[in-house]
Design a protein around this ligand. Structure first.
Ligand code: ARG
Ligand code: ASP
Length: 698
């Protein structure tokens, strides 16, 4: 089979800044990058035989990126990536989320159980091993193919050495497979975090938007055993000595300057058919937006009414709102760019090509995709209703989680019970039954007509919140204190538990299998369609087809660049501390500014961190193509030095997961000078500044 990556397309060069490229094949982008100002080579970014920039980039936790910035294993990532760990160490006495945290010595750095960072050691093409005999067009059923691939991948993964992890990942919708070897460090400690009114400044109000003023960073450190090898937490562990770390460049970036982002973008879908885009545009996004609008209205009103609820629901509201706001931007962007029609035009050309002998093998793929998406739409609506309506009241999911206690055997009963005690305490800490009931009533009243599922009537809902033990925290926690196997009857007869069982049962036995069946069909057609698009080679996007994001390391490059969000408006490419003072509002939680920061501003006490114009830069934007997962990614200048930390995109450009547009799509980066200014001038954590290697004009 043809090797798309590195083989086929080596001779061409890329034109636009669009794309998330595999570091292993960066040679093909090198000329264009250098033309844009890049002063290094592809080997400087990725080299299996020598240390290269990629060695300073890590997967941070489950879904973010981080970068090593000192010879002692110091790591920078976003505040929103470190959030859970900062929260883990926070209590009423030490509220690190609110007040920030700065360890004053190694001994004060806080272990974060469960947090791992992964270094990419190497990657290689394993398509021949994984796909042998399974090429498209063979009559093998999709599930047989899937099982063979899984079995072969598992065999490859077993080759991982101590402290290593191997992942085998499909590219180009399953036309190619790559193997990734990671070195996994699991003793990672919290070193520093700004207070939330810096690290989360602007909150959900400013999320997905520019101009932005969020100081979205936090600081961690990797620890290793005395041989510098990965090891579980131990007080004997030493700060990790990395193969490579980034130098920090205080010279800043101006409009037009080259930038490069190395990180772990999670998921994009640039090669979908018009049918798929229509499904997202007409069904998926609108349904989810509508449901979340209802839920957020209730949560936000409750948060405004009551300070306790505000704390309880802050993280939940943030995560519900993050997707909600992104989809709203995505729909607008897809419409503005008329993506469906431009895909249709392209499909017409694709159809003409398949009428030639060259493309004949792909003649049936688009009609088949069209049919499959009709089927998908019919089943997916029910799935979305289940996820966004039926599961909107948290008590439903929570009640269902007690199935495992009801089904526990004699041997694992006490262990299971203990897990439920912990989970219940966790759950109720951030739970308000009145808010939940309001959500239940609202969602039920709006669900009718959207799905075939039965909707509980008001009397039933009333029972859930007056008679069920799940919505009575004190009662439930007391019950679990000394819970006996025989008392499981209480749960089994609980009205909310019975309701939860029945809705989950419908979902798991009818809805999910139907969705999976059509999804599999779509996956196999999309694999064929992807291959066809690569062979036709006149894709409407960039000349070379970069693989969709799949949470593997990618390089995106572009330049610092403003944009025009709408007629008559032009955005500068950067913001400054002045904007924070302009946004300040002591009455609005998202816009509170601390006295210390105001004082630094009043005195223009920026030290070495000001830009040439004497301003204190905060955030900047560029044309680098990024997505969720790229949060925390290092932003490098032409010399490969750290100038920023990636953290978001502009709202007008969130459709870049489906269609990138160089005019409209911008990534948002924290200026590294603001990060250092906060560490140094605001927090006085000189000890951290002293271990950085700083490049500046003297
Ligand atoms: N929009 C950014 C991303 O998708 C940041 C999300 C965290 N911040 C927030 N206010 N919810 O992850
Ligand atoms: N904020 C996203 C993240 O957390 C990045 C993005 O979607 O641009 O990964």
């Amino acid at each position: 089979m043809p090797l798309f990556l590195g083989g086929l397309s080596l001779c061409t060069t890329v034109r636009a800044d669009e794309g998330m490229w595999l570091p292993l094949f960066l040679k093909q982008n090198e000329a264009r990058m250098q033309e844009m100002g890049f002063k290094l080579t592809a080997e400087d970014v990725y080299d299996v035989n020598a240390s290269s920039l990629k060695d300073a980039v890590v997967i941070f936790g489950g879904g973010c990126t981080g970068e090593v910035v000192s010879s002692q294993g110091l790591v920078f990532t976003n505040h929103h990536c470190g959030y859970g760990y900062i929260q883990q160490h926070s209590s009423l006495e030490h509220d690190y989320l609110t007040d920030g945290f700065w360890a004053e010595s190694f001994a004060e750095e806080l272990p974060c159980p469960g947090l791992k960072v992964r270094f990419l050691k190497e990657m290689r093409d394993v398509s021949e091993v994984v796909l042998a005999g399974l090429e498209n067009g063979t009559s093998l059923a999709e599930n047989v193919r899937r099982d063979s691939i899984d079995a072969r991948s598992r065999r490859l993964m077993k080759e991982a050495a101590q402290g290593e992890e191997i992942r085998v990942v499909p590219f180009y919708h399953g036309n190619q497979y790559f193997l990734f070897v990671y070195e996994v460090y699991e003793d990672v400690r919290l070193v520093g975090a700004p207070p939330s009114n810096i690290g989360k400044f602007g909150g959900d109000t400013d999320n997905w938007m520019f101009p932005r003023h969020t100081g979205d960073f936090s600081v961690f450190r990797i620890y290793a055993d005395t041989a510098n090898r990965p090891a579980p937490y131990s007080p004997e562990n030493k700060p990790y000595s990395p193969k490579r770390y980034f130098k920090i460049d205080l010279r800043g970036c101006e409009e037009g300057d080259f930038t490069m982002v190395i990180g772990y973008p999670g998921r994009t879908q640039e090669y979908l058919s018009s049918y798929a885009v229509e499904q997202v545009l007409k069904q998926e996004d609108p349904m989810r937006i509508e449901a979340r609008t209802l839920r957020l209205e209730i949560i936000k009103a409750a948060m405004d009414r009551d300070a306790q609820t505000r704390i309880q629901y802050a993280a939940k509201a943030a995560s519900i709102a993050n997707g909600w706001k992104k989809w709203i931007g995505e729909v607008k962007g897809i419409e503005r760019l008329d993506v469906v029609n431009s895909k249709r035009d392209y499909e017409k050309r694709f159809g003409e090509w398949t009428a030639t002998p060259e493309g004949a093998a792909y003649a049936s793929v688009l009609p088949a995709l069209q049919k499959a998406y009709e089927e998908f739409e019919a089943v997916q609506g029910e799935a979305v209703v289940f996820q966004e309506y039926v599961l909107a009241p948290e008590a439903v999911r929570f009640a269902y989680s007690f199935k495992s206690l009801c089904e526990a055997t004699e041997e694992n009963f006490s262990e299971t019970l203990q897990k439920h005690r912990v989970a219940a305490a966790d759950f109720y800490k951030n739970y308000n039954p009145e808010v939940d009931r309001e959500i239940f009533e609202k969602m039920a009243s709006k669900q009718a007509g959207k799905s075939a599922a039965a909707v509980p009537d008001p009397a039933q809902i009333e029972r859930f919140y007056t008679k069920s033990v799940f919505t009575q925290p004190q009662k439930m926690l007391a019950l679990l204190q000394d819970f006996k196997p025989a008392q499981r009857k209480l749960i089994q007869n609980d009205p909310l538990y019975r309701y939860a069982l029945s809705v989950y049962d419908t979902y798991l036995s009818n809805i999910a299998p139907a969705v999976t069946r059509v999804r599999r069909q779509i996956d196999s057609l999309q694999r064929l369609y992807m291959r066809g698009q690569m062979e036709m080679k006149t894709f409407s996007g960039p000349e070379m087809l970069y693989p969709d994001a799949n949470f593997t390391m990618r390089v995106a490059y572009g330049q610092v660049n403003g944009f025009s969000p709408s007629d008559g408006l032009v955005c500068k490419p950067y913001t400054t501390l002045k904007g924070i003072m302009e946004k300040e509002n002591p009455d609005i939680y998202d816009y509170v500014v601390e006295e210390r920061l105001k004082e630094l501003y009043r005195n223009a006490d920026y030290g070495r961190y000001a830009n040439k114009r004497g301003e204190m830069p905060v955030a900047f934007i560029g044309t680098n193509h990024t997505t969720g997962g790229n949060s925390g990614s290092p932003v490098l200048n032409a010399e490969g030095n750290l100038v920023g930390i990636n953290f978001d995109r502009n709202w007008e450009g969130t459709m870049s997961d489906i269609r990138y547009d160089a005019q409209m799509c911008r990534n948002i980066m924290l200026d590294i000078r603001y990060c250092l200014f906060i560490i140094d001038k605001f927090a006085g954590a000189r000890r951290l500044i002293n271990e950085l290697e700083i490049v500046e004009d003297l």
